[in-house]
Ligand binder design. Structure first.
Ligand SMILES: *[C@@H]1O[C@H](CO)[C@@H](O)[C@H](O)[C@H]1NC(C)=O
Length: 487
């Protein structure tokens, strides 16, 4: 729901700035407390404030011993927490609302904050590590723990019109936050702060959901829906390499160096699977594969009917932001009349690939990616894929980024028109008369994005692309791009 990640964001940006300010103030111990208290809102951080940080040159506090830094940060943070909390609320409202819309699950019509108070207890910093001092940049990793007395109430509008006030209780988190300060030659010396959560150790977020004046169990699935949404937003927007770039000081500067860019393209040929688990009572499973490296860009293969050793021979292209940290997820599903069932999943770290080299991998499918929660250790079979990672040239990168923007716009419009349930839906090839394609997915036909069946014409117009009618069967081995997944 973006709420928790929003809190992260607000708190983290605030805390990052505070960390910087305080380190700097330590050098000017006389006025430091008064100055820290001056930071009422992040938006108030204008040139004058920043001048005080830098003096004539770059901040020199980064060479302090860690213990000193942590102690200072926590002491100062406790003092100015009320201001940071206030600032964070503002940031949350501004930044999180659009995210809520993008990641909102199909079952919820609208989401907003009815009350947002971050409490009186400041987060504790447990460690600061200065990672690199690249020219013009300082990268710091901060470990934060927060278990405050926040009071947060969400207003959830369901599709049937009911409005449910949901309270988040006992919000707690622990996360390692990467902050990058972009330094400038001129005053203000800091032109931007980049904030991201590191995946290792995994951010821990805990909270209880409570329906005010009722029981959440009265709304089946809502609790899981919210938890999924939190997870999706966190991973997809804040987990490194994803980041939030906050320009500071109000000067027009070029932030493009700091922003996350597409770095290369992963070509995935989904060859086939072996020995899948049969979940059908009559006959065999009807497997298909959902694949992604980023949640907003999910693709799927066609469905192979009644087969536990399916062959797909389909190729997809996934754009990647960071080969070092991103993983390819392959999820094998069983198409079913009611709800598609989960057959197995595997994740493949892209760091294992040598760029520009095509290699085949046969991977063991697991019941869950969360190994801590695997109870059923039964064999789930294997999946075979052929992978190639290509690093973009400057030109390819620019083209890929423009195409991706357009693709997201199209998905957004398709969602607004009610053609897809969520921008998180997978897109893929059309195989058979799968219900998954009608209403819940963008079926890719020929060279355009389009819906199968009655929605087709509408979708064709909607996305402003030509849509081929007809048999809609996909050619094996044809690249994903040609199958309507162009971004
Ligand atoms: C997949 O490719 C293999 C090897 O090229 C071929 O033997 C097989 O028949 C193909 N299967 C399908 C379903 O296209």
């Amino acid at each position: 729901m973006g709420l928790v990640s929003g809190i992260f964001l607000g708190v983290v940006v605030g805390v990052a700035l505070v960390a910087l300010l305080n380190q700097s103030f330590k050098l000017r111990s006389k006025q430091r407390i008064a100055k820290a208290a001056d930071i009422k809102l992040l938006g108030d951080l204008v040139q004058d404030d920043l001048k005080k940080l830098c003096g004539a040159n770059y901040p020199s506090w980064i060479s302090f011993p860690e213990f000193e830094r942590v102690k200072w940060l926590n002491k100062q943070l406790a003092k100015i927490w009320p201001y940071v909390a206030m600032a964070a609320s503002g940031v949350i409202k501004e930044v999180v609302e659009p995210m809520l819309e993008q990641y909102r699950p199909p079952g919820i019509a609208a989401l907003k904050f009815e009350k947002l108070f971050l409490g009186n207890v400041a987060p504790q910093c447990e460690g600061i590590r200065v990672q690199s001092q690249k020219k013009g940049q300082i990268t710091m990793d901060l470990d934060f723990r927060w278990g405050g007395d926040a009071s947060i109430i969400l207003g959830i509008q369901t599709l049937v019109g009911a409005s449910l006030p949901i309270q988040l209780k006992n919000v707690q988190f622990f996360a390692t936050v990467r902050t990058i300060f972009q330094l400038a030659e001129d005053i203000p010396c800091i032109s931007a702060v980049v904030v991201a959560l590191l995946a290792k150790p995994k951010p821990e977020v805990k909270y209880l959901l409570k329906l005010i004046g009722g029981s959440l169990t009265a709304v089946p699935g809502l609790s899981d829906m919210i938890k999924d949404m939190v997870e999706n937003i966190l991973v997809d927007t804040l987990q490194w390499p994803h980041r939030i770039v906050v320009p500071i000081g109000g000067l027009p500067i070029d932030l493009s160096e700091l922003e996350l860019k597409l770095e290369g393209r992963l070509t995935v040929s989904v060859i086939g699977a072996k020995s899948l688990k049969n979940l059908e009572v009559f006959g065999k499973s009807d497997p298909y594969v959902v694949l992604y490296a980023r949640i907003l860009f999910k693709y799927k293969t066609k469905v192979v009917d009644n087969n536990l050793n399916p062959e797909w021979n389909e190729t997809f292209e996934l754009d990647i932001e960071d080969q070092e940290t991103q993983t390819l997820v392959l999820q094998v599903m069983d198409q079913d009349i009611t709800e598609d069932k989960f057959l197995g999943v595997v994740s493949f770290p892209l760091a294992k690939l040598t760029p520009e080299e095509t290699k085949e991998f046969t991977l063991n499918l697991l019941p869950s990616l969360d190994t801590a929660h695997v109870v059923d250790k039964k064999d789930r079979g294997t999946i075979t894929v052929k992978l190639n990672y290509h690093i973009f040239t400057k030109e390819e990168q620019a083209a890929a980024m423009a195409a991706e923007k357009e693709f997201l716009e199209q998905k957004k419009r398709a969602k607004e028109a009610g053609l897809i349930g969520s921008t998180l839906d997978a897109v893929g090839a059309v195989g058979g008369a799968g219900k998954a394609l009608v209403g819940t997915g963008i079926g890719a036909v020929g060279t355009g994005l389009g819906m199968v069946g009655s929605g087709l014409g509408k979708a064709g117009k909607l996305v402003g692309r030509s849509v081929q009618l007809g048999g809609a069967s996909m050619r094996g081995q044809s690249p994903g791009r040609e199958n309507g997944m162009s971004r």
